[in-house]
Design a binder for this molecule. Structure first.
Ligand code: GLU
Length: 495
């Protein structure tokens, strides 16, 4: 790569960061790091109506959590700030004026009703959605149709106006997209995009182009939904006499039920939409990153498990696919299980503590919690399942799984468990190995299967018919608790 790579993640703070946004950020990050370049965060907050106060901090938290801190951004500005568009209004106005002076933009005074009336009037079968464009602007109230004096008077009088892009009447806009390759748009399909709104703030299009240029952005990497805006941006670069950055439009993320993954169908399918939900549910950042990296890209070999470092080394935009990538939540679960199991027990204790706090459980020391993690780690997909799967480590079961009770507490279960309980009480060393010896000793002596005793004991201790290693569980719980739970079950099920 000859030029210095500088890319940006440029979210609009209109809501919490969603999973598709994080993938865009990730591809930008990987590309930047692969080329030893910079990854910028720019907040595109020019739409006051859709501004959500909490969004910016949510975005930053998500990026840090996922392990992709911006090299420059509102909190760590470089030399091209400010990094919030709302703080750069003056700059945009300057370029809007330049465009007007050059004849590449014009003032337009039409009210919403004027535009609606034009649409109604010109609507036809061939043109069901008339636009404000080169064919209609001649009949509207703008600085192309009104006299110079009138335009000046209107502005002086404080009449509301917008500044629109003067799209040429004919021709094509062509550019090369790194993923989509050659792209060509007929300018006839383009409307005279509003560049500055009546509130004096720019629209996304103008601000985006001006900032990408002034911030020295070398590559624009963003979702495919922006591809149709790209020709307007290319025109703006041309009019402003700037070289356009390279472009790469990422494939859409598709729903497993077909079509684009929208907020609505994601919710219907139980796919979390916002990154904060993945954090709350206890997904491992490495797993989510690995999964998202493969949502539209792969290294071209068999590898599926790749750390951020490996992804950085291998990533290239040329290997990003053109077609949409289906969001498969089971695959994410698979990744999460992999990363979870690769983590040390100790490193997962804080996640368990977090879940316990949520459940209002406290009073267990770190060594105890580490053993719980050890026993549960292979049995959960997410750390948020720790308490659900292992409540019995912290409290006596308050309910017993009916099916398991029926299956386990029958025949001579009472006799067997009573004998086992007596043996446990006599044990001086309450270790898993000793407990196992005692239990198998009893079943062997009586000539019954191991499960005949093991299962009712498990139900008594955990409330269910399956779970982590029973003997290690009992060792951790300690003699007193084990005896108490066996007693409770014996009383309960002897009826
Ligand atoms: N502000 C746009 C968004 O919210 C950025 C699009 C772009 O990257 O150009 O996604």
């Amino acid at each position: 790569m000859s030029k210095n790579v500088r890319v940006r993640f440029a979210p609009s703070p209109t809501g919490m960061l969603h999973i598709g946004g994080l993938r865009t950020a990730l591809y930008n990050y990987l590309f930047a790091k692969h080329h030893n370049g910079e990854f910028l965060l720019r907040i595109e907050d020019t739409d006051q109506n859709r501004y959500v106060e909490e969004a910016e901090s949510d975005i930053k938290t998500a990026l840090i959590w996922a392990g992709m801190p911006p090299d420059e951004g509102p909190d760590n500005p470089g030399s091209v700030g400010p990094y919030r568009q709302s703080e750069r209004s003056e700059t945009y106005l300057k370029y809007a004026r330049q465009l007007i002076d050059q004849g590449n933009a014009y003032y337009a005074f039409d009210s919403a009703e004027d535009i609606e009336a034009m649409r109604e009037e010109l609507k036809s079968d061939e043109n069901p959605n008339p636009k404000y464009d080169s064919t209609t602007r001649t009949s509207m109230k703008n600085s192309l149709t009104l006299s110079k004096d009138e335009v000046e008077n209107r502005i002086k009088n404080g009449d509301p106006y917008v500044i629109r892009l003067n799209v040429p009447e004919s021709g094509t806009v062509e550019f090369n997209d790194i993923i989509r390759e050659h792209v060509s748009f007929d300018v006839k399909g383009l409307d005279d995009q509003v560049l500055m709104k009546s509130d004096g703030l720019p629209t996304y299009h103008l601000a985006n182009v001006v900032d990408d240029h002034l911030m020295g952005i070398s590559h624009v990497i963003r979702g495919e939904e922006w591809l149709s805006s790209a020709p307007k941006h290319i025109l703006l670069y041309k009019f402003l006499g700037w070289e356009a950055p390279e472009m790469a439009h990422l494939p859409l993320i598709m729903s497993p039920a077909g079509g684009k993954l929208s907020k609505r169908n994601a919710e219907e399918l139980g796919i979390p939409v916002n990154v904060r939900d993945y954090i709350r549910l206890g997904y491992e950042p490495d797993a989510l990153v690995n999964f998202l990296a493969f949502l539209g890209w792969n290294p071209g070999d068999e590898r599926e498990i790749m750390t951020m470092q490996e992804l950085t080394k291998e990533f290239s935009l040329e290997k990003v696919s053109k077609s949409g990538a289906v969001f498969n939540i089971d695959k994410l679960t698979w990744y999460n299980e992999h990363y979870l199991r690769a983590m040390t027990d100790e490193s997962l204790v804080p996640a368990l503590e977090k879940e316990l706090t949520k459940a209002g459980i406290s009073g267990f020391n770190d060594a105890y919690l580490e053993t719980v993690v050890h026993l549960l780690k292979e049995r959960v997909s997410l750390t948020s399942e720790f308490v659900n799967q292992g409540r019995f480590f912290f409290e006596a079961p308050s309910e017993f799984d009916e099916k398991a009770v029926k299956k386990a507490w029958k025949g001579d279960a009472i006799d067997l468990v009573t004998e086992f309980k007596d043996e446990v009480e006599k044990l001086t060393d309450h270790s898993a190995a000793n407990l196992n010896d005692k239990l198998s000793g009893i079943t062997e002596a009586r000539g019954v299967g191991f499960g005949k005793l093991m299962l009712p004991v498990r139900v008594a201790i955990t409330g269910t018919g399956s779970g982590p290693d029973l003997f290690e569980t009992m060792e951790l719980l300690g003699k007193e608790t084990v005896v108490k739970r066996l007693d409770t079950a014996l009383n309960k099920f002897s009826e």
